[in-house]
Ligand binder design. Structure first.
Ligand code: ATP
Ligand code: MN
Ligand code: MN
Length: 348
């Protein structure tokens, strides 16, 4: 709480969706530290404090200049650097969240070696995560994202001609690297997208592009009386968390993190696929472009300031007791009474 007050000294608007946050972060040292504090708070189940730290980090990111007076951060409780490092290594495994990491630390497992040697039974995702640890912790570049896009487009085009593949997530916001590559897939004819994901996944698998995948089916139903619960950030689209086996292009010299002589023929890349019906496409696009904090703040704005409920599926107006339709992100910002902010300025 202290932090959000402190940054208001700079007269930053309080919602991240009112601010333009580019990738030019003049306070990376501070925002990295605050992110660590947020992770630590979340680890101890203090979600409220975690969000407060994340808001503070985001507010600092929007500042045009580096903060010079560290006294502004005097209220931040200090934490041991070692425990944070351990948490970072363990949660760096795909499929391992802070809860699991916390449990392992409690059992005395502090390193990857300890986990490999005497570790508890890992689930399928965690086994893939541990096996491809170095690759999955190596940032994905734009060229690699483009190579994945080509594969996904080939897959979609082959199993559903006319399907449209859109790059979303951090790469749509202009980031040069990401922890994964995210795609939204739709078809201009409503309903044609139904059941697309299993076909897509089996095509990718048959071509040898998948090291791991977990597919969730679509469970979204629009109730006439509006959304049952407040919009959460979990949506209900058909989606697939996966690890791609991406062939390394010859001549790019991607020796990989292992560095065991000579370029490797492939690397593992985390890929998220989402399928949406075209009627929900604009909401899915807005909801999956991020940043996560920008999304959270959009939903907070919608609820607190507009008495609306925004999700990656729809926008519901409680005053009018009806859903507001939109076929573009611009229309959604307009419904929300917000100035349109393009993807490159949603890096809160
Ligand atoms: P990075 O470059 O590190 O991948 P990113 O912004 O792409 O950063 P992701 O974790 O890939 O981050 O998430 C992309 C977007 O998808 C975010 O805006 C997030 O809000 C949204 N998102 C992620 N998981 C879900 C989910 N389960 N339900 C709804 N939206 C989600
Ligand atoms: Mn991403
Ligand atoms: Mn993702």
């Amino acid at each position: 709480e202290q932090q959000t007050e402190e940054v208001e000294v700079f007269s930053t608007p309080s919602y991240a969706c009112q601010r333009r946050t580019t990738l030019d972060n003049h306070n990376a040292v501070l925002t990295d530290a605050l992110s660590l504090l947020a992770e630590n708070a979340e680890l101890s189940g203090e979600d409220g404090r975690g969000v407060a730290f994340r808001r503070a980090a985001a507010a600092l990111k929007a500042l045009p200049l580096p903060v010079t007076r560290l006294t502004q951060l005097g209220g931040v409780p200090c934490l041991g650097g070692h425990s944070l490092r351990v948490i970072k290594v363990l949660t760096g495994i795909f499929g391992v969240g802070v809860k699991t990491a916390g449990r392992w630390i409690g059992e005395g497992i502090l390193t990857l070696r300890q986990l490999r040697d005497s570790g508890p039974t890992l689930n399928r995702a965690q086994r893939a995560g541990l096996r491809h640890y170095d690759d999955l912790n190596r940032p994905v570049g734009r060229a690699e994202a483009a190579a994945v896009a080509a594969v996904v487009e080939a897959a979609a085009g082959s199993v559903l001609p006319g399907a449209r593949v859109t790059l979303i997530g951090g790469f749509r916001r202009g980031k040069q690297t990401g922890h994964d590559v995210d795609f939204l897939i739709t078809h201009p004819e409503e309903g044609r997208e139904a059941g697309l994901m299993p076909k897509l996944v089996s095509w990718l698998d048959s071509q040898g592009f998948l090291l791991y995948q977990k597919t969730n089916s679509n469970s979204y139903l629009e109730a006439a009386e509006g959304p049952a619960r407040p919009a959460s950030n979990m949506d209900r689209f058909e989606r697939c968390f996966s690890v791609f086996k991406l062939p390394e292009e010859a001549g790019r010299g991607g020796a990989g993190a292992g560095g065991e002589g000579g370029p490797r023929p492939w690397r593992a890349v985390r890929v998220d696929l989402v399928v949406s019906p075209v009627s929900q496409f604009a909401f899915a696009l807005l909801g999956w472009t991020g940043s996560k904090l920008f999304e959270r703040e959009l939903r907070r704005w919608a609820g607190h300031e507009m008495n609306m409920c925004l999700s990656s599926h729809a926008l519901y107006d409680h005053r009018q007791s009806r859903y507001l339709r939109a076929s573009s992100e611009e229309e959604i910002f307009a419904h929300l009474g917000l100035e349109y902010i393009p993807p490159s300025e949603r890096n809160a």
